[in-house]
Write a protein that binds this ligand. Structure first.
Ligand code: SME
Length: 161
């Protein structure tokens, strides 16, 4: 298994997504344990982009429960109809929130978090297995490049579920 990932020291996220995605594929394809794979994906995203918070909330019975993450202390349970993560779970669609203070019901785990992107992750039956949540300490920090780049990464995770 690779002990490190390689990526350009650039601000161009499209380039970085293109570089890290095949490395994530190699990283997770030999490991069968989902939690171990999610932990490494969170680590790679945090290292490559320096995001404020990167992690997973996983569907457990009737809530989303905190899974592997990189960043500061986070709330552990989110109801399906609460927050940005719950909205993503319910709509089953990627959501970009440019200013979390303007999102009704946003759950503030940290006052440093200013913008957010959340993507659903589906299991083989089409149920929402969980969500990938990425937070930034800058306003309006996510766009189509992140939605597309992170979507490819969630698809790699889905292949390993
Ligand atoms: N802000 C999220 C909660 C999770 S934390 O950002 C880590 C939400 O509103 O769902």
């Amino acid at each position: 298994m690779a002990e490190s990932i390689a990526f350009s020291k650039t601000q161009d996220r499209k380039t970085i997504y293109a570089e890290i995605t095949p490395q994530i594929k190699s990283l997770i394809e030999l490991e069968t344990d989902t939690i171990a794979n999610l932990a490494n994906v969170a680590a790679v995203l945090k290292e490559a982009f320096g995001f404020f918070w990167v992690g997973f909330y996983l569907t457990k019975e009737d809530q989303l429960v905190l899974g592997p993450f990189q960043g500061t202390l986070a709330c552990t349970r989110i109801d399906f109809d609460k927050g940005v993560c719950g909205h993503c779970y319910t709509t089953r669609e990627t959501i970009i929130v440019p200013n979390v203070e303007e999102f009704p019901g946003h759950i503030a785990c940290s006052s440093a978090s200013k913008s957010e992107i959340v993507l659903p992750i589906f299991d083989k039956d089409g149920n929402v297995f969980g969500v990938l949540d990425v937070d930034s300490d800058k306003l309006d920090d996510f766009d189509k490049t992140d939605a597309e780049g992170l979507k490819k990464i969630t698809e790699l995770i889905e292949e390993r579920l």
